[in-house]
Design a protein around this ligand. Structure first.
Ligand SMILES: [Cu+2]
Length: 90
């Protein structure tokens, strides 16, 4: 699945995915640099994607467990500006 970053939002290609291995691609369609952090609600592990410059994509393989995952950008105050999303894994 793909997560498109812009100022200042994330758009997910799918908001519901099946549990198991997945490749999540961060695609920066914005002008500023953005990254991606992902944590399962109730979990402790935080998945981190490298900083993506404008136009760049960063792929990461993850193993998704059932539940809900919070996504956010950790650059500056981007999270507060709206770069958050929720992914549901079934
Ligand atoms: Cu950002």
């Amino acid at each position: 699945m793909q997560v498109v970053a812009r100022e200042f939002s994330f758009t997910l290609s799918r908001v519901t995915v099946k549990a198991g291995p997945a490749i999540i691609e961060l695609a920066n369609f914005g002008e500023d640099a953005h990254d991606l952090r992902m944590q399962r609600v109730g979990g402790t592990r935080v998945y981190a994607w490298p900083l993506a410059q404008s136009g760049d994509v960063e792929d990461k393989s993850v193993k998704l467990l059932r539940g809900r995952y919070r996504l956010w950008c950790s650059v500056a105050n981007h999270r507060a500006l709206g770069m958050t999303a929720l992914l549901v894994v079934k």
